[in-house]
Design a protein around this ligand. Sequence first.
Ligand code: SAH
Length: 455
Amino acid sequence: MEKNQIVEVEIVDLSHEGQGIAKVDGRVFFVDNALPGEVIQMRVLKVTKKIGYGKVEDWLKVSPHRNQATNVTYLRTGIADLGHLNYDQQLLFKQKQVQQNIKKIAGIDSLDVAPTLAANAPLAYRNKAAVPIRRIQGQLESGFFRKNSHDLIPIEDFYIQEKEIDALILATRNLLRRLDLKPYDEKEGTGLIRNILVRRAHYTGEMMLVLVTTRPKIFRVEQLIEQLTKEFPHLVSVIQNINDQKTNAILGQEFRLLYGKETITDQMLGNNFEISAQSFYQVNTPMAEKLYQVAMDMADLQPADIAIDAYSGIGTIGLSLAKQVDHVYGVEVIPKAVEDSQKNAQTNGITNVTYVCDQAESAMQNWLDQGIRPTVIFVDPPRKGLTPSFIQSSAQVQPDRIVYISCNSATMARDVKHYQELGYTLKQVQPVDLFPQTHHVEVVGLLEKEGVGQS
Ligand code: SAH
């Protein structure tokens, strides 16, 4: 096998990132935009001893599950890497992924993962966008980086973003052009505008625009803001973020308020939530509500329960369930997000919550030392999952239930294995589709202390 060779192969599976898998001469090949059951002419892009990467040259047999309607440009950009698969099959793919991880990583054979809860809107659902600004053929463009690259693909219809966000991006791009503001040039380290971020509160429609720049001074920014707020009355917050580093990170350290408020306000499960530019907020609001509802139902909350909301962000989970329990203790590491959660508790008249800014690990240990005895613990960590020390201390307080909300079923399965060794049993697993058209899946797992619920 060598580079550029063309071979006929059958695609036998999908990788967890949604690439087609073919097996040739004992090697596993990964192929973009290829589906199980398809027979293709594959061009070899790269080979190592055990694996290879290929590209579709031609289809000899096309899968009946292929979404023919989807414009493949979106695929290449990497924002919709499962867009070429029909939606019902995307849901099955996600359920199977989670099931495999529970089996292979957690070592559990006996538990059936529930069918993926389908999204109410499989398109135009994202409430947030981060869009690089670059110069292409002399013109300032906004779009998305092609997968695994920094090649900007100009795009106007982002397909999975709320349409009002696309409209604001387009208007901003046009004004940046008209006002002759210079796009960032990564190679030269020159130019001013690196990225624009847009957040939109799904239920109230309020929008926030963040301009990420290399320097503090933005020429003619008053004109930009005047025009945009005239055209978009819902644009209530314009913020500048300064990032002068040669880095892939989008945001720098410094934020400045240019116009309006520092936050936008959205609603979830009947509460109002203020959201800062720095705070984490689930990108699909109606489906996040469903996710939280699934988590609360699994927890089987009782009025005497003491609940922990670990990795709490702006407090969406803890505040949603506060009325059903005695007290909620929450922990989050980003100071602005913790401020938001405290404010959100106040605004909604919720007094039985305590949010602290700390690492989840040390907060857990502190609560343990203070004699706080939670009966149910919610965890919602980032992709890397929990740390062994958090798992240890959370199991040590012996809550009846641990509800694990995860955006990465592989690390969740690893942590479940650890919890099982400490006397907890995995009872239920429910994938929820917050990210249609992409390989990402959110999942809720219920761990119960051995002996609980057997009466
Ligand atoms: N539960 C929230 C946020 C989930 S995202 C929601 O549903 O919206 C995960 C959150 O964990 C982020 O807000 C991130 O800032 C926070 N985080 C990451 N590492 C942490 C740690 N070690 N301790 C506490 N919080 C952490």
